[in-house]
Design a protein around this ligand. Structure first.
Ligand code: SF4
Ligand code: SF4
Length: 106
């Protein structure tokens, strides 16, 4: 997590975080702990807690907007790895938690 993400975590508490079930450790080569996921379609799972409202990933530790960490950071799904700090979805997630958008770094 970047420094700013360690004081945020809004995206982990805003969206359904879904991905191909083969990324879980129930599949050969998968990493995401299957016990932290729930099935959402025949071939996809979501991080537990992100399939419901209010959204809060089961792997998210700490308090959104203050200090957070991902308990499975090294094992997290591609969906988490590909989320981009500073883009529109990041700004939307932060807005949902009363946080201002990040200033884009150039
Ligand atoms: S697995 Fe980690 S990075 Fe992914 S949504 Fe959950 S807390 Fe966030
Ligand atoms: S919403 Fe943006 S700043 Fe906050 S944790 Fe996610 S990527 Fe980082």
């Amino acid at each position: 997590m970047s420094d700013v993400c360690q004081t945020c975590g809004a995206c982990c508490a805003s969206y359904r975080v879904s991905f191909y079930w083969g990324e879980t450790d129930a599949a050969p080569g998968g990493s995401v702990p299957a016990m932290l996921t729930v099935p959402v379609s025949p071939h996809h799972v979501a991080m537990r807690g992100t399939e419901q409202k209010p959204v809060h990933c089961a792997a998210l530790q700490g308090t959104v907007g203050i200090s957070v960490g991902c308990s499975i950071y090294a094992l997290r799904a591609s969906t988490c790895r590909e989320f981009t700090a500073g883009d529109e979805r990041c700004a939307d997630a932060r807005s949902r938690h009363g946080l201002p958008p990040l200033m884009r770094q150039r």
